[in-house]
Design a protein around this ligand. Sequence first.
Ligand code: P6P
Length: 331
Amino acid sequence: MNASSLNDLTLWLQSQSASTELITIIGGFVASCIHIDDAVQTAALNGTNGSSGTINVQGEEQKELDILTHDIVVKYLDEFNQIAALVSEESEHLIVKPTADKDAKFVICFDPLDGSSNIETNGVIGTIFSILELDQPKDKIDTDDVLAAANNQVAAGYVIYGPATILVVSTGKSVASFVLDKQNRRFVAEKTELSIVPVAAEYAINTAYTRFWEPALATYVEQCNLGKNGPRKKDCGMRWMGAMVSDVHRLFIRGGIFIYPGMDRPGAENGKLRFLYEANPMAMLVEVAGGKALTRTKRMLQHVPDNIHQRVPVVLGSCEEVDELLALYSS
Ligand code: P6P
């Protein structure tokens, strides 16, 4: 295809020196998100914005859209034979692709619909994806192969379904955003070189759990709330959107810090967010954009998960804010 017929995403990925295989796979996943956007936009009309009456492997109530969007991605990626397997929030087990090529070396980890508790309240929701590359093709890929490839993340991104449907993606060199042109069903280049400002004054955390926090975290939030009369000497804002994609997207727009901590609460010792398809991809995007990404106090991108749905504490955001929290953890 000549350059004029290639879409903006393909042209940008080529500018990032992404391989043809990776470009094809990212293009396929992003195309499935256009179908997810259709499903999201029509859910209220079609009456598919409610509960499915089932519980997923996370022990969370599944919404009809959770299942529908998972199925859209799995069906759409069926023809992409360089994908060896899929990890989905909505599937307890690794999804091994029977049609995969013998030399297939990519695994896609995804949360098909992040923030689904926002569906019925018409809030912002999103899709998160991470692409891992195996060190070598596997005859019979298993979860150990996926866990071993967790730190070889070659692409990450999310699509946020809000007033606009926006894709944010990186293959490791820079972070770019694209806006969905719904009429022509293609993502149009918006910004390249997205970056996270080092200094900000806004935090995102669910303060309903304050009583379960470690003292250092409670002190950090208290100091933010004391504003310019307190030790931070600046007033801080707070947002909690109930959807990671929305709270993280804000970091690329105006900086800040997003925290989902481990808590002194049964079952929440490692927080709520899953490493492979929430924390790991967001950490790559944040770091490439100049921010910091930690699992409590350690660099997120060096975490080695012990199961495909492992939860980890998450701290993402502007360097200065993350450093302020880190200083309290080590004091
Ligand atoms: P809480 C959505 O369910 C999610 O996984 C993230 O997208 C979001 O940041 C978090 O959970 C919200 O959790 O405990 O505030 O409802």
